[in-house]
Design a protein. Structure first.
Lengths: 194, 165
């Protein structure tokens, strides 16, 4: 069935996916297609016929059985985004902000990391071209190689940006990270803003 | 007096006053039925989480017009502006408020389908993956590239059966 063409309203449509039997959204639906808004339709201000839903942290073209968000489904190299599962912020905090912390192992290759902060409020091109701008792990490895830094911790931490309700981040997550770093025997911490 | 004797005595008393028994049973049935129905609705709408991955991150929002009325529908232009001005959420997905009447024809019995037009990021925003194949990619949400569909499990089964015939 996948890849087959079916005739809908007299026009051929390629079937690209089949939803699970238990999937439903508001009304009974047999078939979904894209809005495919033309330039004229997209500039229409008079007809209000769209409903909208918000979410953060998503990837396009999710393939079957790819609930693992480390794959973006576009055939690009799998990207690593390590979340700190059990240590994630509580439910109430997540609704106002993503105050979770991600643990990144020191052995990670920086090009395999994914920037999950999708805000359109700033230019991401520099970060996407070189992750060392916000996570300068390769630079620190060079400093270690030159003997200017003794050694790096076996893990590093990252946080989400644009946090509009930072209380939990300040009162819980930051303290937790501080304790973890203390337990790791870290002498100095390098903080980089996005 | 044993429990069995108690039960027998109770049954005899109920049979002795059939009208009272009927009213009591009907009252109990009605009460239990109504409670079950209300709980089913409350459970589905308010208690049970939405059947989507990371449902807690989904938010539906609305505008309030000059008359103080909530407006859940927006124009395509407003949707585009929300997308370009958004700096808080990663994605804003949209879908047509009206169903998309899709008549399925071809080498089979014609069938009227219930369709929905959605933005290319609709399924990823819900956090649902297809059972087979894939969902839409961003390029397929542009005119000329949008003759692609994701179908329901029911339609897939009907189509598979029709193909076998």
């Amino acid at each position: 069935m996948i890849g087959r063409s079916i005739l809908l309203n007299g026009a051929p449509y390629e079937v690209v996916g089949v939803m699970p039997a238990d999937f439903s959204f508001l009304l009974k639906t047999d078939v979904w297609t894209t809005l495919g808004l033309t330039a004229a339709a997209a500039s229409d201000r008079n007809n209000k016929y769209l409903q909208w839903i918000l979410q953060r942290d998503v990837v396009y073209g999710q393939p079957a059985n790819a609930r693992d968000r480390h794959s973006d489904g576009l055939g690009r190299a799998s990207r690593q985004r390590i979340e700190f599962g059990g240590e994630a912020g509580n439910e109430a905090c997540r609704r106002r902000c993503d105050c979770r912390l991600r643990e990144i192992p020191n052995t990670v290759e920086t090009h395999s990391l994914m920037e999950s902060h999708k805000s359109k409020g700033f230019d991401h091109s520099g970060i996407q071209a070189n992750h060392n701008l916000v996570f300068p792990l390769d630079r620190f490895r060079e400093l270690v190689a030159r003997g200017e830094v003794g050694e790096l911790n076996y893990r590093h931490f990252s946080f989400m940006g644009s946090i509009i309700g930072p209380r939990k981040l300040i009162e819980e997550t930051a303290l937790r990270v501080a304790r973890l770093l203390r337990d790791d025997g870290v002498d100095a911490v390098f903080l980089t803003p996005a | 007096m044993t429990v069995l004797q108690e039960l027998r005595f109770g049954m005899r008393m109920l049979l002795k006053s059939p009208s009272f028994t009927l009213i009591a049973i009907a009252t109990l049935a009605l009460g239990i039925g109504v409670n079950t129905a209300i709980f089913s609705v409350v459970n589905a709408v308010m208690v049970r989480p939405l059947p989507y991955e990371r449902a807690h991150e989904l938010t539906m929002s609305h505008f309030t017009n000059a008359r103080g009325e909530k407006e859940w529908q927006i124009s395509p232009a407003a949707y585009r502006e929300l997308q370009s001005l958004n700096s808080v959420f990663t994605e804003i997905a949209a879908w047509g408020n009206n169903t998309w009447p899709a008549n399925l024809t071809g080498d089979r019995e014609p069938e009227k389908l219930d369709g929905l037009q959605v933005s290319g990021n609709f399924f990823p925003v819900l956090g649902v993956a297809p059972a087979h194949g894939r969902t839409f990619v961003a390029e397929e949400d542009r005119p000329g590239n949008n003759h692609v569909v994701v179908i329901s499990h029911d339609l897939w089964q009907r189509e598979s059966a029709a193909t076998r015939e």
